[in-house]
Ligand binder design. Sequence first.
Ligand SMILES: [Zn+2]
Length: 172
Amino acid sequence: MSELVKYPDVFLRTKSNEVKFPLDDRTARLTKWMIKMMYQNHGIGLAAIQVGYQNRIFVMDCTRAGDNAKIFINPIIVGHSDESLTDFEGCLSAPGKRGEVKRYLRITLKYQDEKGEEHQKTFYNMEARCIQHEMDHLEGRLCIDYENGEYSREKNKSQTMVESDFRAKSDS
Ligand SMILES: [Zn+2]
């Protein structure tokens, strides 16, 4: 069984690619695997990059019931509220760390399901925050890059230096 990809692994900084339909077997299996890994690690969301795949896919279940996971493929945020809220966020890929992140309270998401069918849905509060967190993963961003609510390029840069150092060590 594979582990989650964790900070400071630079793989988390890579941008994920659009998924083509119909899904191939490997990608179909990946979505099931992601749900399993999300529950196993007691997360409410998980992006493919966190299990080692550069696919624009994330799964989410904010109910914590453990049986209501939804799969989002090629998601795009097409609308959001004016209001936002700054709060602390953690990430399964950065255990013990957290970022103070400003997120929209409401977002409208366009995405595809496993069959490739398009959906558009509006999400609020916790789900909206979770989706914005997972969307960041698809772009290679992490919640720990934020400072006082805002995305910090400086913080990202200093962390990327830590990450290159980590890579140099694990390569040697
Ligand atoms: Zn995360």
